[in-house]
Design a binder for this molecule. Structure first.
Ligand SMILES: Nc1nc2c(ncn2[C@@H]2O[C@H](COP(=O)(O)OP(=O)(O)OP(=O)(O)O)[C@@H](O)[C@H]2O)c(=O)[nH]1
Ligand SMILES: [Mg+2]
Length: 270
């Protein structure tokens, strides 16, 4: 008997296990009232830079925290911690994506109910993360102007599972001859109707409309939670949330067993 059927079975089993864990996370996030947003993109598209700006701008009014995944190093957690928000790093070793059980482990000891927003930066990869539901409410897929306009059509799976597309590094658009209309056509061809924002985390352009949309999405998903009071924001620690209205469809990417640190490195106090 060839090995192929066995491999398929193992992948299905891993994905089913992830879906069970993600469902539990989503329920937990709902109960806690925490709105959870994940960020996916190719390596270097600007997730950390964008998230650092988001954390910095939301901190004054909302209780925010972040979890960041990378194969190695805690560089991104250190960068995000400059926002003064609590941040935890997951180091995945050889695993090219985050999984729900990794998020569950990283949440250990974090009082989710004290968080308005929890952000999860996935490992930089346009393929593997699409398969794994993390229990998030909202998935952002980022594509930078330097990557070319046709990335959505080349990597459709990640766009299929995303709720909002973000075109990043717009300050470089002219220098690289970025074709905005072609990029939007490419995104809409893969995910018709998806909301798209163009931002530059470097200059701050486009951040305000995105943050307004983010708050609206949270208000719609957590109608029982009063909007946070200005000045009440405190970097409490958190668990995540998820809406469940858009399942993350497994695609069967390659996989190795997760290797999360026993105690994820944390920056900032809960
Ligand atoms: N000019 C410009 N550079 C940016 C912008 N956003 C990010 N960069 C730069 O692009 C590089 C990669 O940005 P990161 O935020 O580290 O990208 P990332 O997606 O988090 O990367 P990984 O975590 O490795 O996948 C860095 O040198 C950033 O300074 C932007 O809006 N404009
Ligand atoms: Mg990063």
């Amino acid at each position: 008997m060839s090995e192929h059927p066995r491999l398929v079975q193992v992948r299905q089993s891993i994905l089913k296990r992830n879906d069970v864990a993600a469902r539990a996370l989503r329920e937990r996030f709902h109960q806690a009232g925490t709105y959870v947003v994940s960020l996916v993109s190719s390596p270097g598209a600007g997730k950390t830079e964008f998230l650092e700006k988001i954390l910095g701008q939301l901190r004054g009014t909302d209780r925010v925290a972040a979890i960041v995944g990378d194969l190695a190093t805690d560089n991104d957690a250190r960068r995000l911690a400059r926002s003064q928000a609590p941040v935890r790093q997951i180091t995945t070793g050889t695993v090219c994506h985050l999984e729900a059980e990794m998020i569950e482990a990283a949440l250990e000891g974090w009082p989710l109910e004290q968080l308005d927003f929890l952000f999860i930066e996935n490992v930089g990869n346009l393929v593997c993360p699409s398969t794994f539901d993390l229990g998030e409410d909202l998935r952002l897929v980022l594509v930078s102007v330097t990557e070319g306009e046709d990335k959505p059509q080349k990597y459709p799976a990640i766009f299929h599972t995303a709720d909002i597309a973000i075109v990043t590094k717009t300050d470089l658009a002219t220098a690289v001859g970025f074709d905005h209309q072609a990029a939007h056509r490419s995104i809409q061809a893969v995910r018709p109707g998806i909301e798209v924002f163009e931002v530059s985390a470097k200059t701050g352009a486009g951040m305000a409309p995105f943050l307004t949309a983010l708050r609206s999405r949270r208000a719609a998903a957590r109608p029982d939670r009063a909007p946070p009071q200005v000045g009440a924001g405190r970097p409490a620690v958190a668990h995540a949330s998820g809406s469940g209205d858009r399942p993350r469809t497994p695609a069967g990417a390659g996989h190795e067993p997760p290797s999360i640190e026993d105690s994820p490195r944390q920056f900032g106090s809960p």
